[in-house]
Design a protein around this ligand. Structure first.
Ligand SMILES: Nc1ncnc2c1ncn2[C@@H]1O[C@H](COP(=O)(O)OP(=O)(O)OP(=O)(O)O)[C@@H](O)[C@H]1O
Ligand SMILES: [Mg+2]
Length: 478
């Protein structure tokens, strides 16, 4: 019992409970964290799946309790619920009713020193009461409530600042992890996962967030033409299929910059029944390398290839044996591309994306008036001129109606204040307001701040832009 779930964190433990909801055919799962008198104490996971029959609930609470698994089930070991729960909490309460409607419940509490194997029967009226609370989930065939008390990872304080900090950090971690491991199910709308915080004194809940999918292959265009490719390896009647992707370089999408950092997320992604079990790492078929950071391989573990792998009971890691390495070496695409060719292509894509940047025309750095994230994006995409002072883009009152003024001496592109309110359309003005407008102006006019003087072509362009932008800005006002 003590060893169970040692590799769990709160997000991975919750994923294990969500697995059970999926197996029960739930369309909705709710995670509710409970705060009582300022202190976090309990956590609920509630679903509208098929529920548990009265005669099956003892098996459900049994370690390694057996049931018949159907193809497509996420369950496998008969320990997930218990291991996940006791890795996070000292008391587990399971309450459920299936379509026959009888409320049943069991409660299991770890003793102060050792773990007992005795599990209590929850009186039917208490079970019914918990099930009947306002969970605000769509009606399903049945309903199951998993409740954790004395959650060990919650901060032992009622200091509002620390509790708030913990909540916001933890909600992000949970949303990222569940969004990642469940991304296929979430994207297919087979399942919705909600998360909220309840104040126990009033019974009221704060805003309810829906967890959105975080697809590790969710790039907008491939990093290299011709990819992804499917590589298939065969040996001893086993078929292993791998879909090899190459991300575009310098992506800022959260789908690329997964928790832990993109570099550590290169490599293999194992799915079983559309649940992501393992997100990154090469499992011995290759060494991790910064130059391979764009390479991600999607592998679905099917029933006939499951023997090649071992998953840990926490379902957060898959290890592969020598046979898997062999199949990887044998694998070929239709055009006979090998895994080695793939890794080479991913490395080339990475090198090219860096080289492409260095070949771009250098530009002057943006200065005040542009938001930090925008400056970062510019510096990521464009090599910056080292010896030039940066350019500010600022609002100021003008004596005339012109939209802008290029002030080379002060390294500033001034914008006429009289148009600001109209362009903001009711939003509040700030130093870094209107990022789209300013990014466009920067792209258009950065050039004018380079060199000793403006050529005739520059001057003519300035006239055109001034005329058009002033007309457009007046249009915004009228
Ligand atoms: N939310 C739920 N709805 C319906 N039945 C559930 C739910 N949670 C657990 N059960 C029942 O309890 C049993 C035990 O769950 P548990 O997670 O411990 O093991 P498992 O899912 O069978 O296997 P694994 O160890 O791989 O998770 C499940 O097989 C299922 O029958
Ligand atoms: Mg399970």
């Amino acid at each position: 019992m003590d060893g169970l779930g040692r590799n769990h964190s709160l997000p991975t433990a919750l994923a294990d409970l969500v697995d059970n909801s999926v197996d029960a055919g739930a369309t909705d799962t709710l995670i509710r964290i409970v705060r009582n008198a300022g202190r976090l104490c309990s956590l609920y996971v509630v679903d509208n799946g098929s529920g548990i029959a009265a005669e099956a609930i003892d098996d459900a609470m049994t370690l390694g309790g057996h049931r018949k698994y159907r193809p497509g089930d996420l369950g496998r070991f008969g320990i997930g619920l218990k291991a996940a729960s006791f890795s996070q909490a000292r008391r587990l309460t399971l309450l459920s009713r299936n379509q026959r409607g009888q409320a049943v419940g069991r409660q299991w509490e770890l003793g102060p020193h050792q773990s007992g194997f005795l599990c209590g029967v929850v009186p039917e009226h208490f079970a019914a009461g918990e099930l009947a609370r306002e969970w605000n989930l769509p009606q399903g065939a049945g309903q199951t409530v998993v409740r954790w008390d004395e959650v060990t990872g919650f901060p032992a304080t009622d200091d509002p600042a620390r509790v708030e900090e913990y909540i916001s950090r933890t909600l992000v971690e949970i949303r990222q992890h569940l969004g990642l491991v469940m991304h296929r199910l979430l994207a297919a709308r087979r399942l919705k996962i909600w998360i909220e915080v309840e104040e126990a004194e009033t019974g009221e809940c704060g805003s309810r967030f829906e967890i959105s999918p975080l697809d590790p292959f969710g790039y907008m265009r491939s990093g290299k033409s011709g990819w992804p490719k499917n590589l298939v390896g065969q040996a001893d009647g086993l078929t292993l299929s791998m879909r090899c992707h190459i991300w575009p370089g310098r992506s800022q999408l959260p789908e690329f910059n997964l928790p832990g950092g993109a570099d550590s997320r290169q490599g293999l992604y194992f799915y079983r029944n559309d649940r992501l079990l393992h997100a990154g790492g090469w499992e011995g078929i290759h060494a991790g390398d910064r130059r391979l950071r764009l390479a991600r391989v999607e592998i679905d573990i099917e029933d006939d290839t499951i023997g090649l792998f071992r998953m840990n009971p926490e379902k957060s890691k898959v290890s592969a044996g020598p046979k898997f390495s062999y199949l990887c070496e044998e694998a070929r695409a239709e055009d006979s591309t090998t895994l080695a060719n793939y890794l080479q292509a991913a490395e080339t894509a990475f090198r090219d994306s860096r080289r492409r940047k260095m070949q771009r025309k250098r530009m002057i750095a943006p200065g005040r008036g542009l938001a930090p994230y925008l400056k970062k994006a510019i510096e990521r995409e464009i090599p910056i001129l080292e010896n030039e002072d940066s350019i500010d883009i600022r609002w100021t009152p003008f004596a005339n109606e012109f939209f802008f003024r290029v002030d080379r001496e002060n390294r500033t592109l001034w914008l006429n204040d009289r148009y600001r309110a109209a362009l903001l359309g009711g939003r509040r003005g700030q130093l870094n307001d209107m990022p789209v407008l300013k990014a466009l102006l920067y792209i258009l006019m950065e050039d004018l701040f380079q060199g000793e003087y403006l050529g005739p072509k520059d001057k003519d362009n300035l006239e055109i832009w001034q005329e058009l932008l002033t007309v457009a800005a007046r249009g915004e006002i009228s």
